[in-house]
Design a protein around this ligand. Structure first.
Ligand SMILES: *Cc1c(COP(=O)(O)O)cnc(C)c1O
Length: 385
């Protein structure tokens, strides 16, 4: 159970879909078929604000709109400021493009040796295996290709990607992403994992997925079976707000952990959604209860039409400062900026240290008190006589 919670986090039921059979509700394909995608669809369950109606008018040309019934139930139908709503229902500001915003905010296109591979770091690659997601996050970094709303025409080249990895013996780590890899069939996922496992130099495989959050029904016993055959597989989830931590998600992460899959989480810092210490603390505590290690907190990328969701970098630094020392070290993610123009992920941290002229270092602890750690060269030794 999650401590100190209102009823919401206990949510396990069918909500607006109480007339649907349990069998359908727990069937991930039923959830996918019944996603809410239009203003009319949303309006049958909640009152759209004018801003949301405006957003829904043109969003389809930027990034598809789709919300699974399961995730839809986590929204507050009477509050358009609901942190769940703001992640998946577009608003008018999506059509506002700032000069610093681009379609490829982290410069992936220039690091793609073959169409499905982004090879930026010496020992690891990003392997894009699909352009589909269970629901679409409005701040998506890969809006240019995900959902094909802009006609990018992304066709994952799985065989070519596997060949590239096979031929480059420096690659020891493969991050499978997209789109969401867990929307592929069990056979396809199993095929990719077993092909990678056969490559001797690949020692670590991760899948980046938000499916457990949008569509926990997808984590079936047969998928768990596929996963458990892969000795070196980890999962990176994407949970942004404590309201996403439902009992069903917790059961799902516990099943994954039991199948031997270590779990990490990547959150995006989002304005009006999770940009304060209390919400972030509640999120990371729940993640620990769910056996998930908070891995990264991302500064929101400079994707076109996302300025209404971005905060200043300082907000993230202050949040980390408000967490470090105040709660379990295990709960604290690394705050990073995935830098514009392809510089990769760069850590951004509060400053706890001042170097003195004599080489010693003054350290500030979480409570604001100072401590000095001396330079190794600068202390006069005393000898036992
Ligand atoms: C994020 C990312 C990785 C993985 O980076 P880690 O810091 O190891 O999690 C690898 N390749 C690309 C292109 C990435 O964007």
């Amino acid at each position: 159970m999650f401590p100190n919670d209102s009823l919401k986090y206990w949510f396990k039921g069918k909500g607006h879909w109480s007339n649907v059979s349990d069998k359908d509700w727990l069937d991930w394909r039923w959830q996918m078929k019944n996603r809410i995608k239009t203003a009319d669809g949303f309006s049958s369950f909640l009152n759209l604000s004018k801003d949301e109606k405006d957003g829904l008018k043109f969003a389809e040309n930027r990034l598809s709109v789709a919300v699974t019934p399961y995730f839809f139930n986590l929204m507050d139908p009477s509050d358009s400021n609901c942190p769940i709503r703001k992640q998946v229902i577009p608003v008018g500001n999506e059509s506002v493009y700032k000069p610093e915003e681009v379609w490829d905010p982290v410069g992936e296109e220039s690091d793609m040796p073959v169409p499905s591979i982004v090879h930026r770091y010496p020992d690891r690659v990003l392997f894009l295996v699909t352009d589909r997601c269970a629901s679409y996050c409005r701040y998506c970094t890969r809006s240019r290709l995900v959902s094909n709303a802009q006609g990018y025409g992304f066709h994952p080249k799985i065989e070519a990607g596997l060949d590239y990895i096979k031929q480059n013996s420096s690659i020891r780590d493969v991050l499978i992403s997209g789109g969401d890899p867990l929307l592929l069939s069990d056979e396809k996922i199993g095929g990719i994992l077993s092909s990678l496992s056969k490559i001797e130099h690949v020692e670590f495989i991760r899948i980046g997925t938000r499916v457990p959050v949008f569509l926990p029904q997808r984590i079936t016993s047969s998928l768990l079976n596929v996963f458990s055959k892969s000795a070196n597989l980890w999962l990176s989830l994407h949970v942004n707000h404590p309201d996403e931590c439902t009992l069903l998600l917790k059961e799902t992460t516990h099943k994954l952990a039991k199948a031997g899959i270590p779990l990490g989480n990547q959150s995006v810092l989002l304005k009006g959604i999770n940009d304060n210490i209390d919400i972030m603390k509640s999120l990371i505590h729940r993640l620990l209860i769910m056996k998930v290690k908070p891995y990264y907190l991302y500064q929101c990328d400079l994707i076109k039409g996302s300025s209404h969701l971005r905060t200043d970098v300082q907000v993230g630094i202050d949040i980390i400062k408000g967490l470090r020392g105040h709660t379990s070290g295990y709960a604290i993610p690394q705050f990073v900026i995935d830098s514009p123009n392809g510089g990769g992920k760069i850590p951004v941290s509060p400053n706890y240290t001042t170097f003195e002229r004599d080489g010693s270092i003054v350290l500030e602890n979480y409570a604001g008190q100072n401590y000095t750690y001396p330079s190794i060269n600068n202390s006069a030794a005393s000898f036992i006589e």
